[in-house]
Design a protein around this ligand. Structure first.
Ligand code: SF4
Ligand code: SF4
Length: 165
């Protein structure tokens, strides 16, 4: 059986390549950039990236960590939404050259986001290809999450217990 993390990273790279020609042209001049808080980052995205040696660009305030912050942002996004009149605050993981996560371990929610400008500017074939690749990545992500919960139940329990205390 293939390593589910390798498969997930390979598909992230492929999807990234597919997005690249669009993002190079449109993102630098985007009127409503999408890399803002609350971002689509799950605690597992942070754990996977940390697992390959990544560290957050901006250290969390004392007493917090990146996993906690991701969990808070998710809660904020799901339950509170973002008031429209508020000035968007850039995502803390956005650097000069774009996202600072490992290129093949970007947060799952960010990687699978198809923005309104893509729908407007990409042709039907390109959008169909993107959707197909996103579905593939979604399946790989589900397999990876299941694998982590089956193989690492003790580690996950310890992590959630430590972070809750
Ligand atoms: S909304 Fe679309 S065009 Fe704008 S920054 Fe995000 S991906 Fe780029
Ligand atoms: S984690 Fe990366 S891709 Fe996601 S919003 Fe932040 S900078 Fe953008």
């Amino acid at each position: 059986m293939r390593n589910p993390l390798d498969t997930y990273r390979r598909l992230q790279r492929a999807l990234r390549r597919e997005f690249d020609s669009f993002t190079k042209v449109y993102c630098p001049v985007c009127p409503t950039p999408c890399c803002v808080r609350p971002a689509r980052i799950a605690p597992t995205d942070i754990l996977l990236a940390e697992g390959v040696g990544w560290t957050p660009r901006i250290p969390a305030p004392e007493g917090e960590d990146a996993v906690q912050r991701a969990a808070e942002q998710m809660t904020e996004a799901v339950f509170d939404g973002v008031p429209e009149e508020e000035t968007p605050v850039p995502c803390e993981h956005l650097g000069e050259q774009g996202c600072t996560f490992p290129a093949d371990l970007r947060p799952f929610g960010c990687t699978t986001y198809v923005c309104p400008y893509m729908y407007r500017h990409l042709d039907r074939n390109a959008l169909a290809r993107l959707r197909r690749m996103i579905r593939e990545l979604e399946r790989a992500h589900a397999v990876l999450m299941e694998h982590l919960h089956q193989r690492q139940p003790e580690r996950l329990r310890i992590l959630s217990r430590d972070r809750a205390s």
